[in-house]
Ligand binder design. Structure first.
Ligand SMILES: Cc1ncc(C[n+]2csc(CCOP(=O)(O)OP(=O)(O)O)c2C)c(N)n1
Ligand code: SF4
Ligand SMILES: [Mg+2]
Length: 277
């Protein structure tokens, strides 16, 4: 019998057989979209360095992708990514981390590196909750939702992370859900080729913590809900803020050329060296 090998199998670290993520978790869809984007661009994993924080989403590349991965501390992947990019500018640096990691404890690294427009791709797995630690409320948890830390419902307004990153100055920002793997792959391909801070928010299902504790149901029901709630950027532009409430605006929200910090530093270096010569 002929053995059927998955087309992305060559990207998986030999000997790694099982995932720590739960059945039905959206992280698998995001993982495939990342690898498919690299494959379709004809790139090799040696061209990349992946960086993660701490959380379920941090386990997307580590240890499964056969690539150099830094599995760092909670909230700090972007700081590590900046250091890597400064030391190894020829590498493509990709951060995959959670909404809690990037928008709560790591919020300042996120906004300041978006402002600096440092060349890197940040993929934020937004499941609306702290998944790995047992379903506590995150800065993205919808208002009023019952979680492990808010048994009577949350009382804080959630962040619009993509809006925050856009306002901070990133050159490329896109939002998709795990219902949109093809569109997500296309945006990741674009992000990898951009010279600037590229941020991709992936609204992703956590059936175990978000789904079970909030009564949202199974992975399939959550995906159906994403389908029903999603609206394109183009369609959303025709509606009022009130009409968009509760919908997920998906698409490429920003694609702009903005000065990139490390290139600006090099320009200054060259100028000063010329002046001193
Ligand atoms: C400094 C520090 N604070 C808190 C924690 C505990 N902690 C680990 S993961 C996590 C939250 C994970 O949520 P998120 O980043 O959204 O990732 P998810 O598991 O949902 O993918 C927390 C609070 C930690 N490891 N280190
Ligand atoms: S707890 Fe949620 S986010 Fe974490 S692996 Fe399980 S389903 Fe995925
Ligand atoms: Mg999370």
């Amino acid at each position: 019998m002929r053995e059927i090998i998955h087309p992305l199998h060559r990207f998986i670290r030999p000997g790694v057989l099982a995932t720590t993520n739960c059945p039905g978790c959206g992280n698998g869809i995001a993982a495939q979209a990342i690898l498919r984007a690299i494959d379709e661009l004809g790139l090799n994993l040696d061209d990349f360095i992946f960086v993660t924080g701490i959380g379920c989403s941090a386990w997307i590349p580590s240890p499964f992708f056969n690539v150099d991965v830094l599995h760092t501390t909670h909230g700090r992947p972007i700081a590590f990514a900046l250091g890597i990019k400064m030391g190894l500018p020829q590498k493509k640096v990709v951060v995959t981390s959670g909404d809690g990691d990037l928008a709560a404890i790591g919020g300042n690294h996120l906004i300041h590196n978006a402002r600096r427009n440092v060349e890197m791709v940040v993929i934020c797995l937004n499941n609306g909750i702290y998944g790995m630690t047992g379903g506590q409320a995150a800065p993205t948890t919808p208002l009023g939702l019952k979680t492990a830390t808010t048994p009577y419902g949350t009382f804080e307004n959630p962040f619009d992370i993509s809006g925050l990153v856009m306002a901070a100055g990133a050159s490329f920002v896109a939002r998709w859900t795990t219902y949109h793997p093809r569109q997500l792959t296309a945006s990741i391909k674009k992000a990898i080729q951009k010279k600037g801070f590229s941020f991709i928010e992936v609204i992703t299902q956590c059936p175990v913590q978000f789904g079970r504790k909030t009564g949202s149901g199974s992975a399939v029901e959550m995906l159906k809900e994403y389908k029903g709630r999603s609206i394109s950027v183009k369609e959303a532009a025709k509606l009022t803020e009130e009409e968009i409430r509760g919908r997920i605006v998906v698409g490429e929200l920003r694609d702009k050329d903005v000065p990139e910090m490390l290139s600006e530093i090099n320009k200054i270096k060259e100028r000063v060296l010329k002046e001193k010569a």
